[in-house]
Design a protein around this ligand. Structure first.
Ligand code: PAF
Length: 278
């Protein structure tokens, strides 16, 4: 049976009663198959799973979709019933008695480009809530999707730099049968939007086929941007440790990140490739 807890005190008590290892899956709700893949993965790694379901106001800019972000706790509970031990779904007041909080986590250069440029303050908000949720849920393992590649890199640095005793377990990005990366925001797209959005996964496929050649990968990215099938915000190949764009002499693991707007909706996609040739 899955138990819903909404206060920090209830969570602490329920967490203390869990024997064995615990994995946490952090979400902002509007759960879909992509989240279930995180839950499934978490279940293979630990004896118990806690799912957090909280739309974190700190990570939304003033012009962003915090108010209209999809929320349906009942549907979320139905979806994970029996799959997780606890769902922690606090109110904003419960999480942040003082909003904005006076003390937050700052993130360095890793948060400077890409999502960090497009969404100033976003990663400070993410890092702050992730640290709070780690402290509240006290997990052995925290599962994060590879889809938010920059977020994953920042969370890995957060636990390393601040010595948070938790293992971060990355889970591959989940796709719809069409290839579209699963996202709660896909719910905003109509059929035409979904078709148009496939430009992102097509670029992923092209980049994967172009590896291990660095030049070929960079060319695919440039050509996709020139085609303008979607309103690209960015598409780039970056070093996974620094998120600095790679040059043509780069070899080794490379993360390809991309964001485009379709019907006003910001969509992300990403892949990891190994580059070993010019
Ligand atoms: O990836 C998300 O859904 C959010 O950024 C997270 C990690 C749950 C923090 O609010």
């Amino acid at each position: 049976m899955t138990r819903l807890v909404t206060t920090k005190q209830e969570l602490r008590q329920a967490r203390a009663a869990l024997d064995g290892t615990v994995a946490v899956v952090m979400t902002m709700g509007a759960l879909h198959a992509g989240h279930l893949a995180l839950v499934d993965h978490a279940r293979t790694l630990a004896d118990h799973v806690i799912l957090t379901d909280f739309v974190n106001p700190l990570q939304f800019g003033p012009e962003e979709d915090f108010e209209r972000y999809p929320r349906d706790l009942d549907a979320d509970l139905r979806l994970v019933d029996g799959l997780v031990d606890l769902v922690f779904a606090p109110s904003v007041e419960e999480m942040y008695p003082m909003l904005p909080p006076m003390v937050t986590v700052t993130v360095g250069d890793l948060a400077a480009g890409f999502e960090g440029t497009a969404r100033p303050g976003h990663f400070a908000g993410v890092a702050t809530v992730v640290l709070k949720l780690l402290l509240l849920t006290q997990p052995d393992i925290a599962v994060f999707g590879r889809k938010d590649a920059q977020q994953l890199a920042i969370v890995q640095r957060l636990v390393g730099d601040l010595d948070v005793p938790v293992e971060i377990a990355p889970v591959p990005l989940q796709r719809e049968p069409s290839g579209l990366a699963r996202s709660s925001r896909n719910a905003y797209l109509d059929d035409a939007g979904r078709q148009q959005a496939l430009a992102l996964s097509r670029l992923v496929t092209a980049v994967e086929a172009a590896a291990p050649s660095t030049t070929a990968v960079l060319r695919e990215i440039e050509q996709a941007r020139e085609r303008q099938e979607v309103d690209w915000e960015y598409a780039a190949a970056v070093d996974p440790a620094t998120f600095a764009p790679i040059g043509s002499d780069h070899r080794g693991e490379t993360v390809v990140v991309m964001t485009a707007r379709v019907q006003g909706v910001r969509l992300l996609d990403t892949t990891v490739v190994q580059l070993s040739a010019p």
